[in-house]
Design a protein around this ligand. Sequence first.
Ligand SMILES: NC(=O)c1ccc[n+]([C@@H]2O[C@H](COP(=O)([O-])OP(=O)(O)OC[C@H]3O[C@@H](n4cnc5c(N)ncnc54)[C@H](OP(=O)(O)O)[C@@H]3O)[C@@H](O)[C@H]2O)c1
Length: 257
Amino acid sequence: MKRLQDKVAVITGGGSGIGAATAALFVQEGARVVVVGRNEEKLRKTMQAINHENVSYTVADVSQVEDTQRYLRETVERHGGLDIVVSNAGIQGEFGPISDISVEAFDSVMAINVRGTWLAIKYAFPELRKRGGGSIILTASAGGLNGMGISSPYVASKHAVVGLARAGAIDGAPHGIRVNAVCPGPVDNDMMTNVERTLGAGNEAQVRAWVAGRVPLKRFGSNEEVAKLNLFLASGDSSYCTGGTYTVDGGWSASLP
Ligand SMILES: NC(=O)c1ccc[n+]([C@@H]2O[C@H](COP(=O)([O-])OP(=O)(O)OC[C@H]3O[C@@H](n4cnc5c(N)ncnc54)[C@H](OP(=O)(O)O)[C@@H]3O)[C@@H](O)[C@H]2O)c1
């Protein structure tokens, strides 16, 4: 028996990276999956890579109320209900000391990473309740558990995502809805490539080596390694897990002072 047989999942940020790998694994495990993002081309690529009738997409901006209601409504209309939400869309935002980061840059990170996550929980709850429960997985970050310099909007937003997993778990428990946060360390994908480019233009390899060197396992993680944790939290294997924060970071959080 596949671990997500006949379950319906919606995955935001499914056009790339962790979201795309999670969609592929969920489909492999029997789920019907809707991937969500702003860029239709990226969503199409995810669909082509998975190449299965059980994956479709909806273009939406997770920071917008109407878009959130629409991607959830379309998922339910396509598949008759909703069991699993992976609220994974996120941006890194500007780097710099707090005094140098613009208010607009702070607001845009909070709009996508925090408001987008809160909206996903808020509007998914009624649909999950109709099924007698479900699983909501929030992609936070190792930066949601520890302070990291020059990244205050991102760190604040991911701490808030951890808070939403805890608050959501308490609200959801009477209805059989579990809410958990996943906290990846550096993952080998577009987001980290952009970080390397931003922090070390011309010296990307050194930035990458420096970051990897701070990870006890001495390497970046892969999208697939995070997807496997998402699968555990989406499936019945994690039936007693709610309100938790799960690191998948090569020991990064354990090693920070
Ligand atoms: N990569 C890492 O090292 C790392 C580490 C810890 C945590 N994370 C977290 O993991 C999550 C997934 O990121 P990733 O690593 O897979 O990097 P990624 O490839 O950049 O994926 C982020 C996804 O979010 C989507 N997105 C951004 N803003 C959106 C919006 N307003 N509405 C809808 N979709 C939006 C993007 O698609 P569109 O451009 O199409 O909108 C993109 O597909 C993020 O929350 C990130 O913070 C990543």
